[in-house]
Design a protein around this ligand. Structure first.
Ligand code: NAD
Ligand code: DAU
Length: 357
């Protein structure tokens, strides 16, 4: 096993869902590390998600764009960064269908800008420095599985179906090429659907949870039988940590949750938790509404994470139903975090997309 000890991290997209969870995870387990977040604060970025980190001297927030190559180069030099953990992206499939341009700009061109900056500072300015560039990607690059197909492994051919997935696939290829051609010490992880605290409420679980709390319908696309492999965000963060510390440069690792569920099963599990919490409103399943399907909707994703388990000792730590219960409790306790999001841009998007704000 390779060993590497990240000391000074640049976390792109650290004000987003997974990035913020990663920052908290990393600082909790590596209190002596320097952690610099670079985030453009798009609609999905929220500094409130980093409130617990902001008070720490090891932490620093920079409001900026990964596409600003010169600015990133300066940051890498001034902060003496040795490790980039790259989360920044446009991440929502429905938005990529409604307007793909931002996905190409951020996910493809933005990632390329970051790679150029890393190459310039780590490889071209004097002696090559020990470094890592970890790129956070998705299982959607592999396309869609049939109900009985074996899960995606690292050797599954790429077949992205949505503009989002295609933009992530392109960024994966650029990262791979920068390793192969220039010797940048890159690693890539492709993971399944995350859930947990701080998730923006456009994604299935927080959207449905908040709609239940606000007496709104639960919009289920198509027949609700599409399958996703649910990964608690804390398990994802542990997987990334293992790859940073023990992963082989040039390699890709899949991270999964071992929890395949249909969308209907997920929403039923959520409703069952809410029935216990709010029996007067039971059954919450009465709020389910089947709506027009997502164009090109992938049927099933599932991850084979044997490589990460075998090589780096990964195992997901949470059972889905336990993680879901904890997540519900988090959102119930953190209304101050999510309530302000429901106005403005979010209301416009939900209004246009679902016909009801
Ligand atoms: P998110 O949408 O919650 O957060 C994205 C963050 O990136 C936001 O804080 C946003 O402000 C920032 N950002 C966007 N464009 C930027 C730019 N040009 N410069 C700097 N910052 C910018 O996303 P997420 O769900 O936390 O996903 C993080 C990463 O993980 C993404 O790369 C996504 O493709 C990948 N991923 C997500 C999931 C999931 O289930 N959420 C699963 C697999 C992979
Ligand atoms: O698989 C990893 C991917 O998971 C990540 O790369 C993406 O960034 C992330 O957004 C997520 O993509 P999905 O499209 O799978 O997640 P979403 O929460 O949007 O949808 C989950 C499933 O639920 C999907 O089959 C579509 C369905 N859905 C979603 C919404 C928002 C509904 O039925 N109704 C909804 O309102």
């Amino acid at each position: 096993m390779n060993t590497y000890a990240p000391q000074r991290l640049l976390v792109t997209g650290g004000a987003g869902f997974i990035g913020a969870n990663f920052v908290h995870h990393w600082l909790a387990h590596h209190p002596d590390s320097r952690v610099v977040v670079l985030d453009a604060l798009t609609y999905a970025g929220n500094r409130a998600s980093l409130a617990a980190a902001e008070a720490r001297p090891e932490f620093c927030f920079i409001h900026g764009d990964i596409s600003d190559t010169a600015g990133v180069e300066r940051l890498l030099r001034e902060e003496n960064i040795d490790t980039i953990v790259h989360f920044a992206a446009e991440s929502h499939v429905d938005r990529s269908i409604a307007g793909p341009d931002a996905f190409i700009e951020t996910n493809v061109l933005g990632t390329h800008s970051l790679l150029k900056a890393a190459r310039a500072v780590w490889l071209q300015e004097g002696a090559v420095r020990p470094h890592r560039f970890h790129h956070v990607s998705t299982d959607e690059v592999y396309g869609s599985l049939g109900r009985d197909d074996p899960p995606f492994s690292e050797t599954t051919p790429y077949a992205p179906n949505s503009p989002y997935a295609a933009s992530k696939a392109a960024s994966d290829h650029l990262v791979r090429a920068y390793h192969h051609t220039y010797g940048l010490a890159t690693t890539i992880s492709n993971c399944s659907n995350n859930y947990g605290p701080y998730q923006f409420p456009e994604k299935l679980i927080p959207l449905c949870l908040i709609n239940l709390l606000d007496d709104k319908p639960l919009p289920i696309y198509g027949d609700g039988l599409n399958v996703r492999d649910w990964l608690h965000v804390e398990d994802h963060c542990r997987g990334i940590e293992l790859i940073l510390e023990g992963g082989q440069p040039g390699q890709t690792y899949n991270i999964g949750g071992g929890a395949e569920r249909t969308n209907l099963e997920v929403v039923h599990a959520l409703c069952a938790i809410m029935d216990e919490r709010y029996p007067a409103n039971a059954p919450h399943t009465q709020r389910i509404e089947f709506v027009r399907d997502r164009p090109g909707h992938d049927l099933r994703y599932a991850i084979d994470e044997t490589k990460l388990r075998r090589e780096l000792g990964y195992a997901p730590g949470r059972h889905f139903e336990d993680g879901l219960r904890e997540t519900v409790e988090w959102y119930l306790a953190q209304e101050d975090w999510w309530r302000p999001i429901l106005s403005g841009e979010y209301r416009d998007w939900v209004g246009q997309h679902y016909g009801a704000a």
